[in-house]
Design a binder for this molecule. Structure first.
Ligand code: GTP
Ligand code: MG
Ligand code: ZN
Length: 322
């Protein structure tokens, strides 16, 4: 089919532009992003800076791409195409309007006794993972600190709704922590996600002592603001490159606007469990009579905090967007 006006771009002097010739391309994996450019690892494991060729070739960490060397013979490359993604995670924080990771096998929701974790953030991240089809495990770090019993208690509902919850201390029980986390990571690409200061980069250094990921002690010494890690970075755990962990910057907020409010309950396992028993099939579980979710809260089977988080998110996602 012939399309008008959207074919190969014409050069400024009327020369026909090049169409993507992928026969000259190499395969690669995006292991980091820095603003507009990305770092691509080639099939030999070498890393080089690449630039997107156009909007369609904008890539995120975890993307499989086709790239080629820039024509000037330098040591940088151009991304020609991004392969189809098997999953995509959408993230939003106060620094960047959005950032993504692609093709993840699982998420470690990395939270800590201190800074005291926000249940709202945790819930939002779990919803984002559920709706993207990415399994999530919750890890509570710093159980050496006095707030540990209260933090564990706050996670009880998440355990009850089916999430695996791992409790550890990277600092005090380093070897035990390594043994708890290591097997979870085998053969997978795992994104470590959680608030700033929870110990995500400390995990990287615990697993890979040569990684030297920057942690808070160092950034405090340099006085460089609240977030220590400022962009996501992919680390291989084994020489055969089958298991990977991705360190990420501390999140503030999850953008969820791709989720319609009426779908929210589906992605919250404790609420989803009861929603088919509501009197009305289109019950929103807020004030309808005969709501099985409300009844489950009254019986103590669903945490009232979870229902209020649900209600607040429902309102937020129902706001008209410009
Ligand atoms: N008490 C205690 N402190 C820990 C533990 N694990 C990590 N920390 C400390 O927590 C602080 C924050 O650790 P980081 O690894 O920099 O945290 P992060 O999650 O990477 O933070 P961002 O990069 O800002 O997102 C550091 O001072 C660590 O030494 C732990 O198990 N117990
Ligand atoms: Mg960090
Ligand atoms: Zn209901």
């Amino acid at each position: 089919m012939k399309r008008h006006g959207r074919g190969a771009p014409q050069g400024r002097h009327g020369r026909p532009g090049k169409t993507a010739d992928t026969s000259q391309c190499s395969k690669g994996l995006v292991v980091a992003t820095h603003g507009r450019h990305v770092v691509v690892e080639d099939e030999e494991g070498e890393r080089l800076i690449c630039h997107p060729r156009g909007k369609k070739s904008e890539a995120v960490v975890g993307d499989r791409v086709l790239w080629q060397h820039t024509l000037d013979g330098g040591d940088e490359g151009v991304i020609v195409a991004v392969e189809e993604r098997k999953s995509l995670l959408y993230r939003q924080d106060e620094w960047r309007s959005k950032s993504f990771a692609a093709n993840l096998d699982q998420l470690l929701m990395w939270i800590a006794v201190e800074p005291v974790f926000s249940e709202s953030q945790l819930t939002r991240a779990l919803i984002a993972a559920e709706s993207a089809g990415i399994p999530a495990t919750i890890v509570l770090n710093k159980i050496d600190l006095p707030g540990a019993p209260a933090a564990k208690e706050r996670l009880a509902p998440y355990r009850a709704m089916g999430y695996r919850v791992v409790e550890l201390s990277l600092k005090q029980e380093t070897e035990a922590a390594r043994e708890q986390v290591g097997p979870l990571l085998d053969g997978k690409a795992t994104l470590v996600l959680g608030p700033s200061g929870a110990g995500k980069s400390t995990l990287i250094n615990t697993l890979l002592p040569n990684a030297r990921a920057e942690t808070q002690e160092i950034s405090q010494a340099l006085n460089s603001g609240k977030h220590t890690t400022t962009s996501s970075l992919w680390y291989w755990l084994d020489e055969s490159r089958t298991s990977a962990v991705i360190d990420s910057p501390g999140f503030q907020e999850f953008g969820m606007h791709h989720i319609p409010p009426t779908e929210l309950a589906r992605w919250m396992p404790d609420i989803a469990k009861h929603m088919n028993d509501c009197r009305f099939h289109n019950c929103t579980h807020r004030q309808e009579p005969g709501c099985a979710v409300q009844a489950a809260v009254e019986r103590g089977e669903v945490s009232p905090i979870r229902l209020s988080l649900y209600t607040a998110l429902y309102e937020e996602l129902s706001q008209p967007r410009w």
